[in-house]
Design a protein around this ligand. Structure first.
Ligand code: ZN
Length: 163
């Protein structure tokens, strides 16, 4: 593996760890969200029973409207947690399968692959003779490498001071 591949692979691993934590967090919040929804459903059931025979101008109708709002809110919260968990788990799997080098001879952006499930070739921008910058045209992820730089090797022999 080249230095660049090692760098990219390292980034994928740390991104994978963050996503793993995010998936765990969403998973940890699920029981509470389900419990809350069950409570609201129960509340709605009680209100609906109480509404039978209630006069049209009874305050129970306001309570019922509020309960419907609570139901919608709790369902939305639960489904967004489930989506977040699914998305994070899928991204964790992509982090594990990430391959830095593409068959086109370029490097694939780890962020795009892991977070967005798309393959974007990193642009190689030459900043200075010793420093190479890579940048993603899609997500703007960028990094520089200069580890290929060997000062001694770069010095022409003629400039070596003679004692
Ligand atoms: Zn990208």
């Amino acid at each position: 593996m080249t230095t660049i591949e090692t760098h990219l692979k390292g980034l994928a691993v740390s991104l994978g760890q963050q996503l793993h934590a995010a998936a765990d967090k969403a998973k940890g919040s699920l029981p509470k969200a389900r419990e809350r929804l069950a409570e609201i459903f129960h509340h709605r059931h009680v209100i609906n029973s109480a509404m039978e025979g209630a006069s049209p101008d009874s305050a129970i109708h306001d309570v019922a409207r509020q309960v419907e709002k609570d139901v919608a809110e709790a369902m939305a919260e639960l489904s967004s947690l489930e989506l977040a968990q699914d998305a994070a788990e899928a991204a964790v799997e992509r982090a594990q399968s990430y391959m830095p080098a593409t068959h086109r001879g370029s490097y694939a952006c780890p962020q795009c692959w892991i977070l967005e499930n798309i393959t974007t070739d990193l642009d190689a921008l030459l900043m200075a003779s010793a420093v190479q910058q890579y940048e993603c045209p899609t997500c703007s992820y960028a990094f520089m490498v200069d580890s290929e730089y060997h000062p001694q090797a770069a010095l022409p022999q003629a400039q070596t001071p003679s004692i």
